[in-house]
Design a protein around this ligand. Structure first.
Ligand code: BTN
Length: 269
């Protein structure tokens, strides 16, 4: 049985070995959305790395205007305020970087090996375990701040009927409850480490690691975008992290946002 206990943020603060992420921590027992709270913090010039974490969200936001189901005490919902000194065009790499950091920290904390559905859905056996919503706030043509919002289904035992076939949690996969604080710490440390590497070396490492963990590349896919659907083979990422798709008529199209559906290839079980 899951114990309905709030997050121990003192433990997060005490154990976190980061330079700036989580040094300022805002905890909410319940809030609309940690991304909204982090965005407010960004407007108020809160320091880079400010962590907003909640035990429940009443209006959790997902990609493409969807909602993110955020029941109390079960999962991780948090947002990190960043002020990257990079161009807005390259900010998409942070989106992909975070998915790689999540996969690596989930793997080292639990032994499970999730993979990534483009752009940044964290999947286990083709079911969604976690998601990332990055929101960019510009001042003129520069990044003012970026909110990196992360939701992971940790100890959620039951899902609403609408998503019960497409979503999973660590508890469902591993058959036991997990320590949310420890997982959160591991993710934050990995994100900071990967960000430092990205700022120093550029997107090369992110690209190769994302490719290693991707379950989209090489697959036949359907990409649904607002007002347009296309199908073809996912062949790679472009220089801004967009997905390149080779359509049936041989054209190469780059997609920056959308929903990917993987089609089973012949011979795949
Ligand atoms: C997705 O649709 O895959 C992205 C989901 C992102 C959910 C997280 S939960 C914490 C943060 N606050 C939000 O409102 N959304 C993100």
């Amino acid at each position: 049985m899951t114990v309905k206990k709030g997050l121990d943020t003192d433990q997060i603060i005490k154990s976190l070995r980061t330079r700036y992420i989580g040094k300022e921590l805002l905890y909410f027992k319940s809030t609309g959305s940690t991304n909204l709270e982090a965005s407010e913090a960004g407007k108020k010039r809160s320091p880079e790395g400010t962590l907003v974490i909640a035990d429940k969200q009443t209006q959790g936001k997902g990609r493409l205007g969807r909602s993110w189901i955020s029941p109390p005490f079960a999962n991780l919902y948090f947002s990190v305020l960043l002020r990257p000194r990079i161009s807005p065009q390259t900010a998409g790499w942070i989106n992909l970087l975070a998915s790689v950091s999540l996969v690596k920290s989930i793997q080292s904390s639990t032994g499970l090996v999730p993979d990534i559905k483009w752009p940044n859905d964290i999947m286990v056996n083709e079911k969604k375990l976690g998601g990332i919503l990055t929101e960019l706030h510009l001042k003129g043509d520069q990044i003012d701040y970026l909110v990196l919002g992360i939701g992971i289904n940790v100890n959620m035992g039951r899902f609403p009927a609408l998503i019960s076939k497409t979503a999973t949690s660590l508890k469902k996969e591993l058959k036991h409850d997990l320590h949310r604080e420890a997982l959160c710490i591991s993710i934050l440390e990995k994100i900071e480490e990967d960000l430092e590497l990205f700022y120093q070396k550029g997107p090369g490492t992110v690209l190769s690691e994302w490719e290693k963990h991707s379950n989209t590349l090489g697959k036949s896919v359907i990409v649904r975008q607002p007002g347009q659907t296309l199908s073809g083979k996912a062949i790679g990422l472009d220089s801004n992290g967009g997905l390149m798709v080779k359509t049936e008529d041989g054209a190469k199209v780059t997609v920056m946002a959308g929903d990917v559906i993987h089609l089973r290839t012949i011979g795949e079980t």
